[in-house]
Design a protein around this ligand. Structure first.
Ligand code: NAP
Length: 324
């Protein structure tokens, strides 16, 4: 099968479209014929091996998993002996720890769910990593309730575009922070107000927000806290990894819980989990029409390196997907 593979860490040039063996599956795994995949900053981290801290888990000299990509949408072609939730022919979406930028991918059954009936494969592939992160940030960590004000920093990005819609679905009012060129896009997601990060700072309206979801990762905790009500909640999603080669800007992630002990504000770093139950909740939101995946552009498999370049340098609005 064809797959996007790398032998060494580096820029997108290290990725090659190559013929490799189809993956074999274990007892609780599903083989998926990939129809679409997507890229996210985590794919960039694994491709470049930066921040260097990531290499401790993913391979010191080269990535242990050579195929890139994590989000998947496709059709089940085979199931392991212990798989109870899927059968060949079913349309699914989810995440593949062993790579999804390929014609076939394997995934544990616990990381897949039936594809939302009203989505194309491209739309479905845009959901898993970013949608599950946004759902956990907004609903589980922040506990957003009707009537609250939520600030989403990075509202035009992968996670942010879902966070805006999920916060609205939970009954909150939302301010999105984005570039001026994407203000209309962010309003179309449901945002009630927009802050253009090039011309205004997020504390423009004082301590207004019950919840701040930070996916951009490049503001100090003191500034983020100034925008929060006295009992407000900050959820730190993004680490600003491109600016810090060794630690990926994890400093705030470690300082926030310590500081939280001395203030009534809740300052919470988050590490998203990939579970079928989260996908199923997203499916409910998507099939009800409350959430619609936003796709900036789709690339063919052979152009996956360009998809990653566009994600990191092209300022996309919403998700960048790869059609297989
Ligand atoms: N904690 C977790 O478990 C978890 C899970 C998933 C992702 N993440 C992390 O979350 C971060 C965001 O992921 P993503 O998929 O949403 O990335 P993305 O699609 O690249 O979105 C990032 C967004 O941040 C915006 N941005 C850049 N500079 C900004 C600024 N100064 N102020 C406000 N917004 C700014 C960008 O807008 P422009 O393009 O217009 O500049 C872009 O829309 C990444 O660091 C990722 O690694 C964490």
């Amino acid at each position: 099968m064809k797959a996007i593979v790398q032998d060494t860490y580096g820029p997108a040039d290290v990725l090659e479209l190559r013929e490799i063996d189809r993956p074999s599956i274990g007892g609780d795994e599903v083989l998926v014929e990939v129809r679409a995949a997507a890229v996210d900053p985590g794919v960039w981290v694994l491709m470049t091996g930066t921040p260097y801290l990531a290499r401790a888990g993913f391979g010191l000299r080269r990535p242990k998993v050579p195929v890139r990509g994590r989000d998947v949408a496709g059709v089940v072609t085979a199931v392991g002996a212990d798989v109870t939730r899927f059968r060949p022919g079913q349309e699914v979406y989810g995440t593949c720890p062993n790579g999804s930028l390929a014609e076939y991918a394997r995934a544990p059954q616990a990381r897949l769910a039936p594809k939302p009936a009203n989505l194309t494969f491209e739309q479905a592939a845009a959901v898993p990593v970013s949608g599950m992160t946004a759902l956990q940030a907004v609903r589980d960590v922040a506990g957003v309730r009707p009537g609250q004000w939520v600030l989403v920093i990075g509202a035009s990005g992968g996670v942010g575009s879902f966070a805006v819609q999920i916060a609205k679905a939970l009954g909150a009012s939302v301010t999105g922070v984005c570039a001026a060129a994407k203000a209309e896009f962010v309003r179309s997601l449901g945002a009630d107000d927009v802050i253009d990060y090039a011309h205004e700072e997020i504390d423009r309206d004082g301590a207004r927000y019950d919840v701040v979801v930070d996916t951009a990762g490049n503001r100090p905790l003191s500034l983020l806290r100034r925008t929060l009500t006295p009992r407000g909640t900050l959820v730190i999603v993004g680490g600003g990894h491109t600016a810090y080669r060794f630690t990926g800007g994890m400093g705030r992630t470690f300082r926030a819980p310590l500081l939280s002990a001395f203030t009534r504000q809740r300052l919470r770093p988050m590490f998203s989990r990939e579970r079928a139950e989260h996908l199923e909740e997203l499916t409910r939101l998507i099939e009800s029409g409350a959430v619609v995946p936003a796709i900036d552009r789709a690339y063919p498999l052979a152009s996956a390196p360009d998809a990653i370049r566009h994600l990191m340098e092209g300022h996309p609005a919403g998700k960048v997907v790869v059609t297989v």
